[in-house]
Design a protein around this ligand. Sequence first.
Ligand SMILES: NC(=O)c1ccc[n+]([C@@H]2O[C@H](COP(=O)([O-])OP(=O)(O)OC[C@H]3O[C@@H](n4cnc5c(N)ncnc54)[C@H](OP(=O)(O)O)[C@@H]3O)[C@@H](O)[C@H]2O)c1
Length: 304
Amino acid sequence: MVYRELQMVEAIKKILITGASGLLGGDLIKVLSNNFEILAITREHAINCSKRNVLEKKIDLSLNTAEKDLIKLNPDIIVHAASLTDVDFCQTHPDEAIRNNVTATEIVASVAKKLNAKLIYLSTDQVFDGDKLTKYSEEDKPRPLNIYGQTKLQAENIIKSNLKQYLILRVSWLFGRRDKGFINFVLKSAKKNKEINIVCDKFSSPTYTCDVGKAIEFLIDNFTFSGEIIHFTNNGQGCSWLEYAKEIIKICGLSDIMIKPITLAALNLPAPRPKSTILDISKFLKLYNQPLLTWQEALNKCLA
Ligand SMILES: NC(=O)c1ccc[n+]([C@@H]2O[C@H](COP(=O)([O-])OP(=O)(O)OC[C@H]3O[C@@H](n4cnc5c(N)ncnc54)[C@H](OP(=O)(O)O)[C@@H]3O)[C@@H](O)[C@H]2O)c1
C-alpha cells in the first residue's frame, strides 16, 4: 500500500504556470492543483496560496536570468499565461509589449525545448483583423490590427518554429473571480451612474477562466501535443459588448440601470480593435465530446 502510494506520488506531474497572479492564472491554479503539483510564477503581485502542492516563485520572464531560474524548477508541462494584456498600453509602449510578450515567450520556449517539456501557450482572438462575417477557425490567417495582437502572433510563431510538443490555445474575453476587466467596469460604472455607455458594434465570445482551466486539464490528459492551435471559448453564438453588459446587469439584478449603446469609434481608443472575433470552437468540442457551458451559464456561475 505504501509502495502504491509512493508510485502515485511519483506519477504526479509538475506544471509550471506563468502569469499565476493574473485573472486566468488564479483559476488555473484552482483547477489544476487538484491533480498536479503547481509551480506558480509571479512577478509583481504575489498569490500567497497556502496549498501544499503550490510553490510560488517570483521571476521576471523578460530578464536574461529567467531561463536558468525556470530550468532549475524542471516542470513536465508549462502553461504560459503571462503577458502584457493592456491593449492600449501595449500600443503606446511597444518596447514593453515586445519585452513582456515576445522576449519572455522566447525564454519560456527555450526552457520548454531544453527540458523537453510540453508547452501550452495562451493566445488571443486579437490575432485576427475582425473583418470576417463568420466565426474564425484555426485555419484562418491571422492579421492583427494592434501591437498587442502583433506581439501575441510573434510569440505564437516563435513557439511554432522552435518546438514540437506545443499547443497554442486562443481564448477571448476572459472573465473570472479576479475580474479587473469588463465585469468590473460594468459594475463600477453602474454603482456611479444610472445610465452607462456600452459599445454595441464589437463582438466576440466571453470565456470563463475556470472553464479554460478545465479545458486545459482535459487537453493535458487526452491530447497529444504534436504542435497545434485550438480555439477555446464558452459555448454559444458570441455577443456584442452591449449584450454582454446587459447579461451582467440582469444577473446582478440591477434593473434600474439604463444602458446607452455607443460605437467603438466614439471611444477613440489608442489601439485599433478588431470588430468581430468570435472564435469557432468546433475543433475543441469534437475532442471534448461532453457538454460545455454557454457564456451566459458560465457568467451566472461566476457571478453567483
Ligand atoms: N483577459 C482577456 O480577456 C484575454 C483574452 C484573450 C487572451 N488572453 C490571454 O490570456 C492570458 C492570461 O490573461 P489574463 O487576463 O489572465 O492576464 P492578466 O490578468 O493581465 O495577468 C497577466 C499576468 O502576467 C504576468 N506577467 C506579465 N509580464 C510578465 C513578466 N515579464 N514576467 C513574469 N510575469 C509577467 C503578470 O504578473 P504581475 O502582475 O505579477 O506583474 C500577471 O500575473 C494572456 O496570455 C492573455 O494574452 C486574455
